[in-house]
Write a protein that binds this ligand. Structure first.
Ligand code: CAA
Length: 250
């Protein structure tokens, strides 16, 4: 791996985009490395994934503008498809993924954070979808995931204006879950991740799937899916053990 660093802390894995000189902009090479890492994490015993960017300045400044300045529609389609492949993998992986937004999260960087389940940000973070300032629309899911997270009016405001918002405004619109001082962002994110990792990964994973599917399903379909998923939880040994241990707690 040249552009991604992986650190394991028990059942918590941290992926750091390591291209600080380019504000962690995500070239095709970065995206290819993401595919390799995510395919490994799909199979291993880790329970929670954290994604962040190297340095104090950027989570990721988005897709690589130098590369995009030289390509036409055919390569742009391939770049978009690869972006979607990575972000869909993050959304679908059966364990929680937390974005620790340590600075700029712009364009594809914001879209990467949108594909995560939880977003924590440092007080100096700035988020935005500045693609229109470059003559393109968001291309890695921004129009669709931002819409679902903050609603159409706010999504259109951010996309049409290309403006950058601070961490507090991002919290006020539900784009970020919580803000931390820059110096404690990673330790707080890791401590939250360790708390989540104490829970049943089967139950957490199935809950992630249910919330994600529920975004696009009718209430009736979502509720039916919940019933069968809930019943499926009763097939696990872990459920038996966790309930028995509750009853024996005194
Ligand atoms: N791609 C490639 N290189 C980038 C980059 C990007 N997205 N963002 C920053 N860089 C590079 C700069 O070119 C510069 O490199 P050099 O030192 O070699 O010149 C280095 O990172 C540092 O950047 P700046 O000098 O610009 O730093 P700054 O502090 O003055 O500004 C910034 C920071 C406001 C984030 C500014 O860099 C910026 O606006 N970056 C572009 C953000 C952007 O528009 N992102 C969206 C990209 S399009 C997209 O992502 C499409 C999509 O939907 C998938």
């Amino acid at each position: 791996m040249k552009y991604l660093k992986m650190e394991r802390d028990g059942e918590v894995v941290q992926i750091t985009i390591d291209r600080e000189d380019k504000l962690n902009a995500m070239s095709l090479d970065v995206m290819n490395e993401f595919i390799t890492v995510l395919e490994e994490l799909e199979k291993d015993s880790s329970k929670v994934i954290i994604i962040t960017g190297e340095g104090k300045k950027a989570f990721s400044a988005g897709a690589d503008i130098e590369y995009m300045s030289k390509i036409g529609p055919t390569d742009a389609e391939k770049y978009a498809l690869r972006g979607h492949e990575v972000l869909n993998k993050i959304e679908k992986i059966g364990k929680p993924v937390i974005a620790a937004i340590n600075g700029y999260a712009l364009g594809g960087g914001c879209e990467l954070a949108l594909s995560c389940d939880i977003r924590f940000a440092s007080a100096n973070a700035q988020l935005g979808q500045p693609e229109v300032t470059l003559g393109i629309c968001p291309g890695w899911g921004g129009t669709q995931r931002l819409l679902r997270i903050v609603g159409p009016a706010r999504a259109k405001d951010l996309i049409f204006s290309g403006r950058r918002i601070g961490a507090e405004e991002a919290v006020s619109m539900g784009l970020v879950n919580k803000v931390f001082p820059p110096e404690t962002l990673i330790s707080e994110t890791r401590s939250y991740a360790r708390e989540v990792a104490k829970n049943s990964n089967f139950a957490v994973g199935i809950s992630k799937m249910l919330v994600n599917k529920g975004m696009d399903a009718s209430l009736e379909t979502g509720l039916k899916l919940e019933i069968y998923s809930w019943a499926l939880c009763f097939s696990t040994k872990e459920r038996e053990e966790r309930m028995a241990s509750f009853l024996k707690r005194k």
